[in-house]
Design a protein around this ligand. Structure first.
Ligand SMILES: *Cc1c(COP(=O)(O)O)cnc(C)c1O
Length: 381
């Protein structure tokens, strides 16, 4: 159910937890809308979701139930530990572990109904042997390496499996899956190459569904879709189409109150390393967000915050717990201690932070700190 739809404006420090510095607002209705958007775009059978790394930093305990209530059935995480935590939150979802079968913990998969993604023939044989020992059929995704060279059966293993299908005895193959290396670059020739390898491999292997697309893959078009998609980043507002406008909704806002404001004369330095020097009289405000909160140090002297709607550039180094911003252009009565500063928001979404910091939006989100006062909006029930 959609409740309070919008993240409230962050103009004042009202409602701020006095024990904490910065505030992170997360819009669960936007996550739900993003899921629906991806599902509508996808022409295959099932839109699964990637919720590894605590739902890309947003908090899987909140995001998981929202995704389930808008129709997600299969949840991909990276580790068995993440899967076991998620099982407490989603009792009846299909939960799959991307990083493979941890053989020392087979009972956890069986007891908690966790599905491994089998990434090499050794894991396939082990799962088949366990199925025989338990006298049951056990479900698994089986990953094929079609060009990522990271996880999955290599071409020679794929060929051996297709000529020795009894190695799959006792395994219910939920899908043959593979992962695209360059889906965010539609012009990259590896995309079509991986798609064709996938189609060929699946045709030689026993009949099962096929899963290829991450978020960006869905936007490569229906030729890439096959049966099951596994979007992650786009659910959380990261653009799956970096070359054109972002079709997804922003899900996070990061803000914090001004702690102090000081008037500096011409020629004064600000922060560690004296990396910024005033070239005129300037007003500088200090805000409690730092690299220990996941606000990357490479944002030093880059990017612009908003103070009551007015731009205020980040000046000086990002320190562990603080940034400094230039509020010279903000009316003096607004740039005062307690005034909220919006650091990540519509004016500077995670993808823009990433571009300025020389990284990708995924890293900006997954780095979001645990010191923030987190507020979830847009969802009740
Ligand atoms: C993380 C991951 C996804 C999701 O990718 P996005 O680019 O975030 O949509 C899908 N499949 C695999 C194997 C992954 O590791």
């Amino acid at each position: 159910m959609i409740g309070d739809p919008a993240i409230p404006p962050t103009d004042t420090a009202r409602g701020l937890d006095p024990r904490r510095g910065a505030r992170l607002d997360i819009d669960l209705a936007a996550v739900a809308d993003n899921y629906r958007r991806l599902r509508d775009q996808f022409t295959g059978k099932e839109c699964a979701v990637a919720v590894k790394a605590d739902a890309y930093g947003l908090g899987v305990a909140k995001v998981g139930p929202v995704l389930q209530s808008v129709g997600a059935k299969t949840f991909f995480v990276a580790t068995l530990d993440e899967a076991l935590s998620l099982r407490f939150i989603l009792a009846d979802a299909r939960i799959a572990v991307l990083n493979g079968l941890s053989e020392g913990a087979v009972d956890d998969y069986l007891d908690q109904n966790i599905v491994p993604v089998l990434n090499h023939l050794g894991e396939v044989k082990a799962w088949s042997r366990i199925a025989a020992e338990k006298g049951r059929t056990l479900p698994a995704f089986i990953q094929l390496d079609t060009g990522m060279a990271r996880l999955g059966l290599e071409p020679n293993e794929q060929a051996r499996l297709s000529t020795t299908p009894d190695w799959l005895d006792g395994i219910e193959v939920l899908a043959w899956m593979s992962h695209l290396a360059c889906a965010d670059d539609p012009s990259h020739p590896l995309n079509a190459d991986q798609r064709d390898r996938m189609a060929k491999a699946a045709a030689l292997l026993p009949e099962a569904q096929v899963s290829l697309c991450n978020s960006a893959g869905i936007f490569l078009g229906p030729d890439y879709h096959f049966d099951i998609a596994r979007p992650g980043c786009a659910l959380y507002g990261i653009s799956p189409t970096p070359a054109s406008a972002n079709p997804m909704r922003l899900t996070v806002r990061l803000s914090a109150p001004i702690l102090q404001v000081r008037q500096l004369t011409d020629g004064k330095s600000v922060g560690y390393g004296a990396s910024f020097v005033t070239d005129r009289p300037m007003r500088i405000a200090t805000v409690p967000i730092g690299y220990a909160d996941g606000f990357l140090r490479s944002m030093s002297n880059r990017g612009t915050t908003r103070v009551a709607g007015h731009p205020a550039p980040i000046v000086g180094r990002v320190s562990m717990d603080l940034i400094t911003i230039d509020v010279t252009g903000v009316p003096e009565n607004l740039a005062q201690p307690g005034q909220m500063v919006e650091v990540i928001g519509p004016h500077m979404p995670p993808d823009s932070v990433a571009e300025l910091a020389g990284t990708i939006g995924y890293e900006v989100l997954t780095a979001l700190g645990h010191r923030y006062d987190r507020h979830y909006h847009g969802w009740s029930g």
